[in-house]
Design a protein. Structure first.
Length: 94
């Protein structure tokens, strides 16, 4: 499963309490609290995969995401996993 990037011009909310820290981008269609929790969980999972000698593709595969074109940057993997965690479940028709 491939998660496409948001279209150009998509507005993201920027949250930062400390001007010395990097701002965290939150998609508009996700609750900011849920996004922060998803990012935290994704970071901890990626840290464990990295600690055990895994690669970014291994972390993506653990969540059922397409690992064939896995980026080499862990921050992109964390964002993709957080997006997968925080997206709304698809409702099934009766």
């Amino acid at each position: 499963m491939y998660l496409p990037l948001p279209p150009l011009g998509t507005v993201l909310q920027v949250h930062s309490t400390n001007p010395n820290r990097q701002a965290i981008m939150t998609p508009n269609n996700v609750n900011p609290v849920q996004w922060q929790q998803s990012v935290g969980y994704a970071r901890s999972v990626c840290a464990r995969v990295f600690r055990d000698g895994g690669k970014p593709g291994d972390a993506l595969a653990a969540f059922g995401l397409d690992a064939s074109v896995a980026p080499a940057d862990w921050s992109i993997v964390v964002d993709r996993i957080a997006t997968q965690i925080s997206k709304s479940p698809v409702r099934k028709a009766a």
